[in-house]
Design a protein. Sequence first.
Length: 457
Amino acid sequence: MSSEHLLDVLNPATEEVVAVVAGASPADVDAAVTHAARAQRIWAALAPGDRARLLRRFAATVDQHLEELARLEVREAGHLIGNARWEAGNVRDLLDYAAGGVERLTGRQIPVPGGLNVTILEPLGVVGVIAPWNFPLPIAAWGTAPALAAGNAVLLKPAETTPLTALRLAELALEAGLPEHLLQVLPGRGDITGDALVRHPGVAKIVFTGSTRTGTRVAALGAEQVKPVTLELGGKSPNIVFADADLETAVDPFSFLDNSGQDCCARTRILVQEPVYDEVRELLAEALSAVVVGDPADDKTQMGPLISRQQLDRVRSFVPDDAPALRGSAPEGPGFWFPPTVLTGESPDSAAACEEIFGPVAVLLPFTDEQDAIRLANGTPYGLSGSIWTRDVGRALRVSQAVRAGNLSVNSHASVRYWTPFGGYKQSGVGRELGPDALAAFTETKNVFISTEGPAQ
């Protein structure tokens, strides 16, 4: 890599520099594309069973290094050690799941007159995956695993604040026996490395996870070359709590505090039916006061720091000191700490209620009836995720159909499963990741007609 620019990787809990990484220049990106194209041809020529076998070996190699990867995630991203272990395991599971699809990536035979018509799914070539800093390990694998399984090479650009786990994954791929240059990691700034990756004519597709603002630029640059993009962008997800819900389960502060709120699926808009509003408020106040915020490497910690000083300043801008709110506590001193907070005096159209804060801050809003809940739930530009809490099955189905979001959970706060598709409506993104169709998103469909008509008599 070029030393044109260097990246200081900070531990968010201490603000100490834990690594210095060289960023990739546009020339580095160009060279990487050339090498990746050669590796991709070798990879795609392998028998499907051999590709699947190598991916399973990659998964097994990751499994042997789970604790190492988890500790790296704690150091560079400030994740809780328990969460980081799950994330490393998720990479292993994604690779295993994708490997199972290699030999099942089939086309179709379509009845037509005069011959036989078949479709063939062919790899795109070189795929660029731009991963975010909030979940560096698993989201990198969301694009990488199915792209490799479909026969592509991958150029992975991690966020500039969290490159360490991605670099280690590429080393483990080589250790597992994947061809050299098939999976390359290009650390660097978005305006240098990311821009060069998106613009490069040798990159067939871009998978981007990040902010809606940056995603619109990625989409525009891709459009210049008619290059397909998958975008997983921001969210402002509702947690809709009806009066008949199991309140103690529905009012889980970790629905918006997991990963310190740095989660596009965080249920940061708590919508509560008026008859139980006061009870929910009391439950939240008690729950926030009990949240243990501190050293992410300690198994007893329940919430860690934010990723950076910049993100801390952004979160603070939404929460004035005198704002009506329920608050927990956070450490003082070094580290990017912010206390768990629920704002209680916001109007539904305020900035805090409508914009993605990406921190441990939620807003508590009352609603009257089902239609009012739906109106509030749809009252933002986003449509990524959300929860619906009710014992009424009919209501659950009606509200699920009416809320404009890609991933909804009824009586649950879980949004993401690698077995099922994931993506957003409106400004939350374009396309779907994960699930049984993930490999097909990294292919082109070729149609072949074979005439069966004999020569004219």
